[in-house]
Design a protein around this ligand. Structure first.
Ligand code: S3P
Length: 174
């Protein structure tokens, strides 16, 4: 697979675990844009937001996007929930939007054994009303940039990964 596959979608929808499942089912590696930011800055996302603010974080996301476009091929990339706003998204690879209702996302997060940690590390998930507004705002935007949309709500990660794999295989990408 020469092209990269980019997984986009709202916080907590399961982009990271889906990327790892896809990588395990192939000869690809999985990368995560938030991990790249943390390794580049040596600062946790939560601290970065608190100390430098969201605009600084978005600038680093764009740096990561430029690096991915220039240097990375044949890789499954899970992205932060706002990464889809970088100006070169479609030049990095095929874009797959993972969809779930916000209710479904929050229920899955709350069921997680480390729910507190999962929620705390996401600055934009702290205020539920703001998170709801952000979800409504982004939903049409995710759909607009995506090459594919896959519903993940109530489904096992392995099933989701298999659907993505077969969509990409159908189009000769995989
Ligand atoms: C963000 C999502 C987070 C992280 C940052 C901002 C967003 O990633 O990049 O907190 O703007 O939606 P996850 O989608 O992995 O939670």
């Amino acid at each position: 697979m020469a092209e990269n596959i980019l997984l986009i979608g709202f916080m907590g929808v399961g982009k990271g675990r889906t990327a790892r499942a896809l990588a395990a089912a192939s000869r690809c590696f999985a990368l995560d844009t938030d991990d790249l930011i943390e390794s580049l800055t040596k600062i946790k996302i939560r601290t970065l937001f608190a100390e430098q603010g969201e605009p600084a974080f978005r600038k680093i996301e764009q740096q990561v996007a430029d690096w991915l476009e220039a240097h990375v091929r044949g890789t499954i990339v899970s992205t932060g929930g706002g990464f889809f706003m970088v100006n070169n998204l479609k030049r990095i690879g095929r874009v797959v939007y993972l969809h779930s209702s916000l209710k479904g996302i929050l229920a899955t997060l709350n069921r997680h054994p480390q729910a507190d940690r999962k929620i705390k590390k996401r600055p934009l998930l702290q205020d539920r009303d703001k998170a709801r507004a952000l979800y409504q705002l982004r939903l049409p935007l995710y759909r607009e940039v995506a090459d594919y949309e896959v519903n993940v709500e109530g489904r096992r990660t392995s099933e989701v990964a298999e659907e993505i794999r077969s969509l990409l295989a159908r189009d000769g990408v995989w």
